[in-house]
Write a protein that binds this ligand. Structure first.
Ligand code: AQP
Length: 332
């Protein structure tokens, strides 16, 4: 079956609703139909300063949340990036294949380094998309389920895979992004012109899945809409309401037209009250399940060790092919 690969950073503690709807939810679905590899990308996390104790705790927390969201270690390979050294090893090869100008065009680097101040940004932050290239190519992934913000990095992956194949001979599968239109970009609840994000959103605009459900309900109820009163999907003219409808529709499975009909003639308050309830029903068991996985760190760690072993089997094979093609002398 076709293969998928994706990763999530262990940086923020709790996943936010954008991470879940934009990416993790698709990961859960794809493990049924695909040979799926999912990882907690701790190597990417240290592109910005991390407290070591927190990083370790957040790595377990990310894995616990992925399991709570529905990843099943019997159906997918779940692991921690640093447990598979081949990522850094192929990453170096890719660094030597990527152009400086090409890497400079990555908009996420421009955004993130501008935010930090260009002098404070690390070289690691600059080359992080190239490590991501290695992440994907190591598994010969056909598809990469991510949010819209990652599209440019998947393009870079395709370019470098083609360049490598062209220069050294067929080695890597050319991957395609797997981005669902409806949930490609979940917006900030207070400013629906920006994506919901751990770094750009204000606390009121950001729904962290592990927050107190009551606080989450409150945020939904105070989401920004517009001065109009009609509940209708129109991403351009009514971004706030449209974002709420997307979230509602995805979490319940109800179609947008169905929701528009349900709220015809009703006030925004009615939609928000119902969506708050939907959110609470979703996050409450999610929090409980996450805590259960955290309460048993030994089981969690051994599950991640098994995942890393499965991942390494694939990654090591690809790396040795790539090393051979590049012309490295095999170690006797
Ligand atoms: N708002 C979003 N809508 C849809 N998908 C989103 N993703 C992130 N935000 C949204 C997707 O979540 C996955 C994991 O992301 P990550 O671990 O790389 O985190 P990130 O992209 O760094 O998350 P943030 O909150 O956007 O962080 P900052 O603020 O640092 O940039 C990815 O597939 C991503 O597309």
């Amino acid at each position: 079956s076709p293969r998928v690969l994706s990763g999530i950073q262990p940086t923020a503690g709790s996943f936010h609703l954008g991470n879940y709807l934009g990416a993790v939810r698709q990961w859960v679905a794809l493990q049924e139909s695909h040979d799926a590899f999912y990882m907690v990308v701790d190597l990417h996390a240290i592109t910005v300063p991390q407290d070591p104790m927190e990083l370790r705790a957040n790595t377990r927390l990310a894995a616990a949340q992925l399991l709570a969201a529905g990843l099943d270690p019997d159906r997918c390979t779940l692991f921690v990036q640093s447990h598979v050294p081949e990522h850094a090893q192929l990453g170096w090869v890719m660094n030597c294949l990527a152009g400086f100008g090409e890497a400079s065009r990555m908009t996420q680097f421009k955004d993130k380094s501008a935010k930090q101040g260009a002098d404070r940004a690390t070289v690691g932050l600059f080359t992080y998309p190239i490590l991501q290239v290695a992440d994907i190519l190591l598994y010969q992934a056909n598809q990469v389920p991510v949010g819209e913000d990652q599209r440019q990095h998947i393009e870079l992956t395709r370019d470098l895979a083609e360049r490598f194949n062209g220069r050294f001979g067929e080695t890597f599968t050319i991957p395609a992004p797997y981005i669902l239109k409806e949930t490609a970009k979940i917006y900030d609840l207070q400013d629906p012109s920006i994506k919901m994000s751990k770094s750009a959103s204000t606390p009121k605009g950001l729904i962290n899945l592990l927050d107190e459900p009551k606080a989450t309900a409150k945020k939904v109820k105070s989401a920004v809409t517009d001065t109009d009163t009609v509940i209708r999907y129109d991403a351009e003219k009514k971004p706030g309401v449209s974002n709420l409808l997307t979230i509602y529709s995805t979490l319940t499975g109800a179609g947008i037209p169905e929701l528009e009909q349900k709220y015809e003639g009703k006030m925004y308050g009615a939609l928000k009250t119902d969506l708050a309830e939907v959110m609470v029903d979703f996050v409450t068991p999610f929090r409980t399940r996450t805590q259960e996985y955290l309460d048993d760190p030994e089981t969690l760690d051994s599950l991640l060790a098994k995942g890393a072993e499965k991942a390494r089997a694939v990654a090591a094979e690809t790396l040795s092919q790539a090393y051979e093609k590049v012309g490295f002398l095999p170690a006797k």
